[in-house]
Design a binder for this molecule. Structure first.
Ligand code: GRF
Length: 192
């Protein structure tokens, strides 16, 4: 059974690329039907096009409010027959409209070991607090930001000399391993 994914990304799309690679190597029985991005200059658009995957811009600045924007997101994802929504660096909060469109079928990745350091600047928050380990989390999306049920996590050490950039790079490398692994868990649960 091949599950149809829709990826939402706001920036570079390195997580999208990791998921795409996992599909290409047969690690995931899935297909990415569409990439939706919200920033016109997001590099993920180029990555998607290079991979032959349709990329659709849904720019929140073009909408009256969040609900209107999310209604368009749901429309685009459904038009591509998406079954599982994968937020990969999607820097937007979701509304009831979005959740109702894909109930229990939206994943997100966050650059901390939730429930620690939810919200923006998670890497900076971890450094400021002085934790010795941080990491990344894939979780189900609910209305409460970064608080949905956890699917999987990877911990990484925080080194004394770390800056936001070096810790972020270590966490991102872990994300690229974690997201395909977490999606595999979800697909396995769907199949059984
Ligand atoms: C990831 O580190 C994610 O945790 C954060 O944004 C980053 C997205 O990176 N929220 P990319 O666009 O997948 O390269």
């Amino acid at each position: 059974m091949t599950t149809i994914l829709g990826v939402l990304a706001s920036g570079s799309g390195s997580n999208f690329a990791a998921i795409q690679a996992a599909i290409a190597t047969g690690q995931l029985a899935a297909r990415i039907a569409v990439v939706v991005y919200n920033n016109p200059d997001a590099y993920v658009q180029e990555r998607a096009v290079a991979g032959g995957i349709p990329a659709v811009l849904v720019n929140h600045r073009d909408f009256r409010d969040r609900e209107q924007c999310d209604a368009e997101l749901v429309r685009v994802l459904k038009a591509h027959d998406v079954e599982l929504v994968v937020m990969a660096g999607w820097l937007r909060r979701v509304t009831e409209t979005f959740l109702a469109g894909f109930p229990g079928r939206i994943l997100n990745i966050h650059p901390s070991l939730l429930p620690s350091f939810p919200g923006l600047h998670a890497v900076q928050q971890a450094l400021d607090y002085g934790v010795k380990y941080s990491g990344c989390t894939v979780h189900w999306v609910t209305l409460a930001v970064d608080q949905g049920p956890i699917i999987d996590q990877i911990a990484v050490p925080v080194l004394p000399e770390d800056t936001v950039e070096t810790l972020q790079a270590r966490i991102q490398a872990a994300e690229h391993e974690l997201y395909p692994r977490a999606i595999a868990i979800v697909l396995q649960e769907r199949a059984s």
